[in-house]
Design a protein around this ligand. Structure first.
Ligand code: NAD
Length: 476
């Protein structure tokens, strides 16, 4: 049971009279509590961040990077212990938790290096003199993150912002404050100056966020979460323009062309679908398979899916953990019931899983004969259900894949390069896995089009997102 101080404000860890419970989603037992920060603590955090801004912005990027590299080293050293905490708090299998922490450490290393390359440029001289384009840190940042990747989403934002020279107020998801606190603690322990990093755990995200958005000293909001909440934040900031990165929901298609290596495509689709029990913004939601290879591919996918083991993530011998809560479970059930009632065929699964535990587990499911009117073809599922349809022409599948408000990730399996090149140009998404089920790399910009978001995290774009551009016309 963890009852530690989980608020970091101006270099000091604090508690609060109000606390909220943290649950193990597999057993629904309380595994700890976290301090429930309010608007007054949010304002204190912003006071500290605003006061720390100039000093951190003027710290040389190499020194800023040293903190990030030291934190990455510590995360790697404590990976097993942190993975156990992440797995218990979030429900994901231990191996996935360890993988997520490895990815968080790599992102810190990338941010440390890339912070030194926030280059500007010199424009050709006119009669008056040269022009310069400078980049400078945007200022205090509020980083709001979700529970589904509670380590990597948080660390990516915080790492890039700190590397760029911005103080951060981190607001982790209320379902996973303990792993967030452990990781932010590691960053603080590298000797960050007071005020450069704050952490506000809270069960009142709207109240706390409103207090911060009302203050012009907050120069950037970086949000990862649902499209619904993201759009609400856009509406709430209407009187103050500030930089906003939004990483929102997804509804990823996977397209399997007839020339694909079907064994590899089946393994890829199963991995990209069932990772984190399907609770991933880039999870495959819809599989479009060419009609000529449908039966062969579905036989392979059905077999691989039926072999996935469901149970507690932290035992080390399961592939699919619980859904995060009752609401997530109810959404999955509703989509499956709707699809079956409208003519979909259950190839495997289709029911809640019996584990003897109180948490909400769903059997890994493959639905064939899915049509565009079904709920599952329109809504993000965020659970272990794959919806399969067939197509006959390239034009048809591109239209089907693009027929969504979302535009985060898409997967293409095939070997005919000319076709893949054409399709990449026509699909309206921000991230592509071509024969690759894991298209997230620190070097690549991550983010979506349409209602999946704006701006990018990762790549050189990830640093740029935390800087302002200054144009200088120079006369000597
Ligand atoms: P959510 O939107 O409910 O919550 C995300 C964060 O926002 C949490 O920290 C939460 O406390 C906070 N929040 C909730 N209501 C708020 C409000 N009114 N004001 C301010 N903050 C508020 O989403 P979730 O259920 O935690 O996460 C799942 C969603 O996140 C899915 O839609 C998923 O696709 C998306 N997601 C997107 C990415 C991406 O990079 N695009 C990555 C992971 C998850």
């Amino acid at each position: 049971m963890t009852d530690s101080a989980t608020l970091l404000i101006d270099g000091h860890w604090q508690s609060a009279p109000a606390r909220f419970d943290v649950l193990d989603p597999a057993s629904l037992e309380v595994i700890g509590t976290a301090a429930d920060a309010d608007a007054a603590q949010a304002r204190a955090a912003l006071d500290a961040a605003a006061a720390a801004f100039r000093g951190w912005a003027d710290t040389d990027p190499e020194t800023r990077g040293d903190h990030l590299r030291a934190a990455a080293t510590e995360i790697r050293a404590r990976r097993a212990e942190l993975a156990a905490l992440l797995s218990t708090e979030n429900g994901k299998p231990l191996a996935e938790a360890a993988g997520e922490l490895g990815s968080a450490a790599r992102m810190l290393d990338w941010a440390a290096e890339e912070g030194r390359r926030a280059y500007g440029r010199v424009t050709p001289s006119t009669a008056a003199g040269p022009g310069l384009v400078l980049r400078s840190p945007v200022g205090p940042v509020l980083a709001i993150t979700p529970w589904n990747f509670p380590a990597s989403m948080l660390i990516r934002k915080v790492g890039l912002a700190l590397a760029a020279g911005c103080p951060v107020i981190a607001k982790p998801a209320e379902q996973t404050p303990l792993i967030a606190t452990a990781l932010l603690g590691i960053l603080q322990e590298t000797g960050l100056p007071a005020g450069v990093l704050q952490s506000l755990t809270t069960a009142r995200p709207a109240e706390l966020t409103d207090a911060l958005l009302a203050d012009r000293r907050l120069r950037k909001l970086s949000f990862t979460g649902s499209t619904e909440v993201g759009l609400g934040l856009l509406r709430r900031t209407e009187n103050t323009l500030r930089r906003m990165s939004l990483e929102l929901g997804g509804h990823s298609p996977a397209i399997v062309f007839p020339d694909a290596d079907l064994e590899a495509a089946a393994a890829g689709v199963v991995a990209a679908k069932f990772f984190n029990a399907g609770q991933s913004c880039i999870a495959v939601n819809r599989l479009y398979v060419h009609e000529s290879v449908r039966d062969e591919l579905l036989a392979l996918i059905g077999k691989k899916t039926a072999a996935l083991r469901v149970g507690r993530g932290d035992t080390g011998n399961t592939d699919i953990g619980p859904l995060i809560d009752e609401a997530g479970f109810a959404k999955v059930r509703r989509q499956v019931t709707d699809a079956v009632a409208s003519g979909a065929t259950v190839l495997t699964g289709g029911e809640p899983a019996e584990t003897g535990l109180r948490g909400h587990f769903f059997t890994p499911t493959v639905l064939a004969d899915v049509t565009p009117e079904m709920l599952i073809s329109r809504e993000e599922t965020f659970g272990p259900v794959l919806a399969v349809s067939t197509f006959s022409t390239e034009d048809e599948v591109i239209e089907l894949a693009n027929a969504t408000e979302y535009g985060l990730a898409a997967y293409v399996f095939g070997t005919e390069l000319r076709r893949i090149w054409r399709v990449l140009g026509r699909l309206e998404f921000g991230v592509f896995g071509v024969n690759d089920p894991a298209p997230v790399r620190p070097e690549l910009p991550f983010g979506g089009q349409k209602n999946s978001g704006q701006e990018r995290e990762g790549g050189s774009e990830g640093i740029e997102a935390y800087t302002e551009t200054k144009a200088v016309a120079l006369r000597f």
